[in-house]
Design a protein around this ligand. Structure first.
Ligand code: TXA
Ligand code: MG
Length: 343
């Protein structure tokens, strides 16, 4: 669907009204689809947790319109935050900053910080401008059930929330076509600059190197003892079918062994390989791969296979976001390949 077709302004205005009345509306962003609610209405935010089946101590990102007054959300915005806003918004970067006192605990997960992001998808921007005259914020996690693969099309969201759409808990799903970036925003924590510096909580399309080029220093890595982002839970973004990753040079032999043992295998690859029961071939180019990754995982999850086998992508910096999501998708399946091969 082209952007012009997807900018259905009357539908966006109705969605903004439903959100202002405390309802849930899913909307497209350039990263993944979000499940939105009025960030300043605790009852509305509680409905997000109910619909997602997500623990309520997990904070959600607040989405704001371009040019929004950020002092409404944070009374301690460091200069680095403004520099990053100027460089990357609207776009796939979330900033964690100290929160203003009036932000509901349901948004901040009870922490003293808030995640802020201005998305670049034209439907998201039109919705944010229509909602409370552009002065509000939409709390929106990815529009998937807790732990599942994030949605990159409106149909993924409708599939995932069929019951909630029928019951009216989810009022509407705005359709903006397939998300461009395909993996969730980069998250950088600027809330403890004096003691911890900036910290990369989640890798994404905007790289640490790009952030360093703006603020002058590379973000550090998170303190393993303090997992603050649900996107950093190991078992996130997982399909229902077990996922195993393997390097290119071993894959042909593994496929042959699994075929001989009678296992149905779904393959996500980029090299020339023997056929599997089902497969998706992606280009070995990180932006293309990220764009198609979640839709490919969903498709292979529906291929009736015993195993999703993924050809391990390169490990250079440009592939950090993709490798992070693949590692999480495969986390719960550690050792699964050995089990299949032993049978
Ligand atoms: O690209 C994205 O960021 C998408 C789209 C819809 O904008 N949203 C998204 O939301 O991925 P969600 O909730 O699935 O992931 C947001 C991550 C979570 O891991 C959450 O814990 C973290 O951001 N987060 C939000 N607020 C935070 C805060 N105050 N401190 C630390 N982490 C925070
Ligand atoms: Mg998510």
């Amino acid at each position: 669907m082209s952007v012009a077709e997807s900018l259905d302004l009357p539908a966006i205005a109705r969605a903004a009204d439903a959100l202002a009345a405390g309802g849930l509306v899913a909307f497209p962003t350039e990263t993944v689809y979000g499940l939105g609610a009025d960030a300043e209405n605790p009852a509305a935010v509680a409905r997000i947790y109910e619909a997602k089946g997500r623990p309520s101590d997990h904070p959600v990102i607040v989405h704001v319109a371009p040019g929004a007054d950020l002092s409404h959300w944070s009374d301690a915005l460091p200069p680095a935050a403004q520099q990053l806003v100027d460089a990357f918004w609207p776009g796939p970067l979330t900033l964690i900053v100290k929160r203003a006192a009036h932000i509901p605990d349901a948004v901040s997960g009870g922490q003293d910080t808030v995640g802020l992001r201005c998305p670049s998808h034209p439907v998201a921007i039109a919705l944010l401008r229509a909602f409370k005259g552009g002065q509000g914020g939409l709390a929106a996690p990815s529009a998937n059930k807790f732990g599942n693969v994030s949605p990159t099309t409106a149909q993924h969201v409708r599939d995932e929330f069929e019951a909630e759409l029928a019951s009216g808990l989810l009022v509407d799903v705005l359709d903006g076509g397939q998300s461009d970036v395909g993996i969730e925003s980069t998250i950088v924590d600027l809330s403890r600059l004096a003691t911890h510096g900036s910290v990369l909580l989640r890798p994404g399309h905007i790289s640490s190197e790009q952030i360093a080029a703006v603020i002058g220093v590379l973000p550090g890595l998170p303190d393993a003892a303090a997992p603050r982002a649900s996107g950093t839970l190991e078992s996130h973004y997982a399909p229902h079918t077990p996922v195993a990753m393997q390097h290119t040079d071993q894959l042909a032999q593994t496929l042959e062994l699994l075929r001989k043992a009678g296992h149905r295998v779904a393959l996500i690859h980029y090299s020339d390989l023997p056929p599997a029961s089902a497969s998706v071939r992606l280009r070995a180019e990180p932006e293309h791969y990220a764009h198609a990754l979640y839709a490919s995982l969903r498709a292979m999850d529906q291929a009736d296979a015993a195993l999703i086998l993924v050809e391990a992508p390169p490990t250079t910096a440009a592939w950090l976001g993709v490798n992070d999501r693949l590692r999480r998708a495969a986390f719960g399946s550690a050792g699964i390949l050995q089990q299949f091969l032993a049978q």
